[in-house]
Design a protein around this ligand. Sequence first.
Ligand code: CAA
Length: 274
Amino acid sequence: MKIAVIGAGVMGHGIAEVFAIYGNSIYLYDKYPEALKKGLNSILWSLQKLKEKGKIEDVDKIYSRIFPINDLQDIEDSELVIEAVPENFDLKSSIFKEVSGIVSKDTLIATNTSSLPISELAKNVVNPSRFLGLHFFNPPVLMKLVEVIKGNETDTSVFNEGIEIVKRIEKIPIPVRKDVIGFVVNRILFRVFTSACRLLNKYTVEEIDSLAKYVLEFPMGVFELLDYTGIDTNYLISNEVKKRGFDFTCNKLKELYEKGFYGTKVGKGFYDWS
Ligand code: CAA
C-alpha cells in the first residue's frame, strides 16, 4: 500500500517504520527538515535494535521503503494518509484541508489524534465518509494495540478497512464505534494521570511512580510515561480536552511545559534524563 505519514515526530516516524516493516511504501513528510532528519535517525536506530533481536532481517530493505519529503504535493498518489502532527485542532484542521486538496477523494485519510473528536476533524476533508481515526501508542513499533475510531460520517466499510489495515501490520485493533473524547485508552489514562498529579502535594514523583511500577505493575511509572510520551503532547491534549469539557489539567504539567521541559526527548521533564 502507498501510505503518506504527515509529521515525523515521536509518533509519525514510528508509524512510518511499522508500515515499512510490513512491506508498504511510505512518504514521510515533515515541514521542518531537522524534524525529518531526527525522525529518520530514530527509525534507523529502532530498525537496528529490531535486527539485533532477530525481529527483522534486512534494515536497508525496510529503510529504502521510506521516502522523506518536504513538499506535501508529493503525496498525491497515496492510498492512505495518516496525520501525526502535534495535538492542536487548528494545526490538524489546516493539514487536512491541504491534504484533501491534493489526494484523490477515494484516498483514506486517518488521524492519529489522541483526544480530538474524529467527527470535528472530518469537517475539513472533501470526503468525510473516508476519514477515520487510527490511534497508535508510543512506541508504535512495540505497542500492540491500535484504536480504530469511527466518526459520525465514517462509512462502515472504511471503518472495517481500518481494522483490516491494523491486522495486516500484526497489531490488535480496538474498534471504537462511539467518537468520544479520549476514545477508550486515553479516557482511562487521563484519569490515571490526573489522579497521580493530584497526589503530588502529598507524595513525590518517585514515590508515586514506585507504587505504579512495583504495586500496580505498570511497565513504566505514571510520570515516567508522561516524560516518555512528551510533556508538550500531554499538555496540548489537556488543553484540547478541557475546551470540550473534560478537565485533566495538572499544574505541574503546565509548569514543565512553560519551562520547555518536554520530557525524555529534551532530557528533562518530571525527571532529569540527561
Ligand atoms: N524500537 C526498537 N526497540 C526499542 C524501542 C523502539 N522504538 N524502544 C525501546 N526499544 C528497546 C530498548 O532499547 C530495549 O533494548 P535492549 O534490551 O537492547 O536494551 C528493549 O526495547 C526493551 O526496552 P526497555 O528495557 O526500555 O523496557 P521495556 O521492556 O519496559 O519495554 C516499553 C519498553 C515497551 C516502552 C515498555 O516500557 C512499555 O510498555 N511502556 C509503556 C508504554 C505505554 O504505555 N505507551 C502508551 C502511552 S500512551 C500513548 O502513546 C498515546 C497517547 O495518546 C499519548
